[in-house]
Design a protein around this ligand. Structure first.
Ligand SMILES: Cc1ncc(COP(=O)(O)O)c(C=O)c1O
Length: 352
């Protein structure tokens, strides 16, 4: 078989290290505030029939359920295997017409690879120095699809200019809302622009990253197009059953989100005290500003703490992203961070 080597060689393998479960995992923005009772309440078994038979084609009842649960218009929700699958399906649309795609950087690291895996060349439009949208730059490029993340990962802010972009863009505007519950507000009003698709997930605030459910919300006509390119049974019955239960256990999630906000105030207060800079965040992570972020990440890993070195992203040369956890855990992070910075300053290197 003739393999298009030059194309495949250009694809990067997914190379995030598997740090396992024994490390303090602060590198994936998982929800570290949910109690065991939540999981006891939501983790259900499926019946033999649910295991034996295929799921309902295109998950129509589950999509309805999501619409009702989140107050979305009828026909506007489409469940996916994590938000990542929603991004891949949406990226598939311009592929059909070989259209131009623009990604607003710095942002979520999987977006570029998803586009590349489909053979799409994603141009970058840089967010401004305050991490807002450079609307003129994006519109000028005349893209068929634009990706923006809000609250943005790894900068933690809600970029200004998204609504103006929706109103001026002819192509599709994909707004990744993986962290919207932490912000407490969504861009749902943008759905009145029929070229907007919101992407959401149960991996973050809902604490169900291993269950792999996300969804997109968009104009029903667009959802219908997406359903034509989706695999018909894209979600396991078990995952959908767990999400249904989780919606009934919302109170745990609301409480965990409130505690993450408190942890944010605590952590950033202590960062200020230590004179360590950070990017203000409305999500469940804080991006701290340090010299040599990759060395600091290495030093933290040697101390049993996994954080995300995002310094290779544009405008993020000093950035290290850290998932919020309860205050006593953040104390450990701060102690390790302070000692790692001290070691690096005195030339004692990364590991300890
Ligand atoms: C902005 C953003 N979008 C999407 C995802 C992926 O979500 P999922 O686990 O639902 O695929 C992440 C995970 O880190 C993310 O940060």
């Amino acid at each position: 078989m003739a393999v298009p080597r030059e194309v495949l060689d250009a694809l990067e393998p997914y190379n995030e290290p598997n740090v396992g479960r024994d490390m303090l995992r602060l590198h994936f923005n998982e929800n570290l505030f949910l109690p065991e009772e939540y999981y006891r309440e939501v983790l259900v078994d499926v019946s033999p029939d649910e295991a034996r038979y295929y799921t309902e084609p295109l998950n129509r009842s589950f999509n309805r359920f999501l619409e009702e649960s989140f107050g979305l218009p009828e026909g506007s929700a489409f469940a996916t295997l994590g938000a990542d699958e929603a991004l891949r399906l949406l990226m598939h649309l311009p592929l059909l017409a070989r259209w131009r795609v623009v990604v607003l950087e710095p942002t979520y690291g999987m977006v570029g690879p998803i586009a590349a895996s489909l053979g799409l060349w994603a141009e970058q439009s840089l967010l401004t120095e305050t991490f807002d949208v450079d609307v003129d730059d994006v519109v000028r490029r005349g893209p068929a699809l634009v990706y923006v993340c809000s609250p943005n990962n790894p900068t933690g802010n809600v970029p200004r200019g998204i609504e103006e972009l929706a109103s001026r863009l002819e192509g599709l505007l994909v707004v990744d809302e993986a962290y919207w519950e932490y912000r407490g507000e969504s861009h749902v009003d943008l759905l009145e622009y029929r070229n907007v698709a919101l992407v959401r997930t149960f991996s973050k605030a809902w604490g169900l990253a291993g269950i792999r459910v996300g969804y997109l919300a968009a104009d029903p006509t667009l959802v219908e197009f997406v359903s034509r390119i989706s695999l018909p049974h894209n979600l396991p019955a078990h995952s959908m059953a767990v999400v249904r239960r989780a919606l009934g256990a919302r109170r745990y999630v609301e409480d965990a989100v409130a505690r993450a906000r408190e942890a944010y105030a605590y952590f950033t207060g202590r960062l200020r005290g230590l004179g360590i800079g950070f990017l203000p965040s409305v999500a469940n992570f804080v991006t701290v500003l340090v010299d040599s972020p990759s060395k600091v990440a290495e030093a933290l890993l040697a101390r049993g703490i996994a954080v995300r070195d995002v310094s290779s992203k544009p405008r993020c040369g000093r950035c290290l992203r850290i998932t919020l956890a309860p205050p006593h855990v953040m104390d450990r992070v701060l102690d390790s961070l302070a000692s790692a910075l001290e070691d690096l300053k005195s030339g004692r290197g990364g590991a300890s």
